[in-house]
Design a protein around this ligand. Structure first.
Ligand SMILES: *Cc1c(COP(=O)(O)O)cnc(C)c1O
Length: 426
């Protein structure tokens, strides 16, 4: 299996090369050249998620240098459960937050870290490779956790000082060792600007051996197909019905994997994209016009995206847009509604929702038809300052998160300048 660019101007590459390259050389995003076909029921109610991931990804790594290590990679990366829990009203929740940093970003980051490390060990002299990421929240923590203490690799995270929640900052700053946490005096856009100019500066990029781990990387996107395979097959095996999936969406990485899983034959009836007040996607469904804009800040901050990069992959899969509209729809949910859904959660669903998951739950509440899986992208304890006042009690952090919250912080403050980043890396 090879991966081609959405812009068709470069030759296809095997998985490892596409992963290490990040963006395709023509500026496009890598997509599978074709989709594998799985039979309905080929996974069933298999409880072992690492095993499911190995099965789903096998054809996608076929012929790649890492193919022989795939089962071991999955076993190491996915060492946590992925429960599909029944709720009322023919609805289930797929919990994607049981990894070490309590958000679904752990799936992609841990798979990418396993794959990158193994490719490096296949022969690469020092200096270490530097994984450079700008983050506005959950990505930086997941990437730091996944690459922490890996030989031959270091991570540099840039985040806006004062621009992330207390617990998010703790998850960015609690590492030390090979993780360099940089609090930038500026906004998230400043962080992204500095990171982009570092990659564009050929000399600097070579000297520090920079590589990226952002959500356009095929190595992060591909493994996310596995939980849609597990969730859809599990729902069918238990209920005899195909489920639709409602996915909290920002940069369209998570939901793109749902479309790819459906294209691979897994029993996903339809897909709903839930966004916060950033409504570029719902507006496209309403008016057929793709109009990116500046993002606005919301309670679901990991979804504050005004120009979602992975939309290019959906438009590649459905070149005329019509096919996309036939199997999916989208809805925008504002902050007041998010608050209401979280406050009502314990009574109406017996659940505490994070602000991102709350967008999907709200759309479920407004749809009359049965058989839906709500995708839960983060644990509510990650957003304690929003959630706890709304439900009037505290939310216990899961053990792996609690452990991170205990660690000391190690942060270096820098100006939002390329020179400052260069000095920090040297
Ligand atoms: C990143 C993130 C999202 C959005 O996912 P995309 O792949 O960017 O669409 C939703 N919820 C949480 C908790 C996240 O961290």
């Amino acid at each position: 299996m090879n991966y081609r660019s959405t812009r068709h101007r470069v030759s296809p590459a095997p998985f490892s090369a596409a992963m290490l390259g990040g963006l395709a050389p023509d500026g496009g995003l890598y997509v599978p050249e074709r989709f594998a076909r799985f039979e309905r029921g080929s996974i069933g109610d298999e409880p072992d998620f690492a095993k499911i991931a190995g099965l789903v990804l096998r054809p996608y790594l076929d012929g790649d240098a890492l193919a022989g290590e795939l089962d071991e990679i999955c076993r190491t990366a996915f060492d946590f459960p992925v429960p599909l829990e029944p709720l009322r009203d023919e609805t289930a929740v797929l919990e994607l937050y049981q990894g070490p940093t309590s958000a679904f970003k752990d799936f992609g980051a841990r798979f990418l870290a396993e794959c990158t490390t193994r490719r490096l060990q296949a022969g690469s002299p020092p200096p270490p490779l530097t994984v450079l990421v700008a983050t506005s929240g959950d990505t930086g923590g997941a990437v730091a956790a996944a690459f922490h203490r890996r030989a031959g690799i270091r991570v540099a995270i840039l985040y806006p000082r004062g621009g992330v929640s207390e617990r998010q900052e703790q998850q960015l700053a609690c590492w030390g060792d090979n993780v360099l946490t940089l609090a930038v005096r500026g906004t998230f856009d400043d962080c992204q600007r500095v990171v982009k100019s570092a990659f564009r500066d050929g000399r600097l990029a070579t000297r520090h051996r920079l590589t990226s781990a952002n959500s356009i990387n095929i190595g992060r996107l591909l493994p996310q197909m596995a939980y849609y395979a597990a969730g859809s097959e599990g729902y069918l095996a238990r209920t005899g019905h195909e489920a639709g999936f409602i996915v909290p969406t920002g940069n369209v990485g998570n939901v793109a994997a749902a479309f790819w899983a459906r294209a691979s034959g897994f029993p996903i009836r339809e897909i709903v994209l839930a966004t916060n007040a950033n409504r570029v996607i719902p507006d496209w469904y309403d008016r057929s016009e793709w109009r990116p804009r500046r993002s606005v800040a919301t309670l679901a901050n990991a979804m504050d995206v005004g120009d979602p990069s992975n939309m290019e992959r959906l438009f590649d899969l459905f070149p005329h847009g019509e096919g996309l509209r036939q199997i999916s729809r989208a809805g925008s949910v504002d902050d007041d509604t998010i608050r209401r859904v979280i406050a009502a959660g314990p009574v109406s669903w017996g659940r505490v929702w994070c602000p991102h998951t709350a967008t999907a739950v709200h759309l479920r509440e407004t749809i009359g038809t049965p058989h839906w899986v709500v995708v839960a992208t983060a644990h509510p304890a990650k957003f304690d300052t929003i959630v706890e006042p709304l439900i009037g009690r505290s939310v216990e952090p899961p053990p792996r998160l609690a452990e991170l919250l205990e660690r000391p912080r190690q942060v270096t403050e820098i100006e939002a300048e390329l020179d400052a980043l260069d000095r920090a890396l040297s």
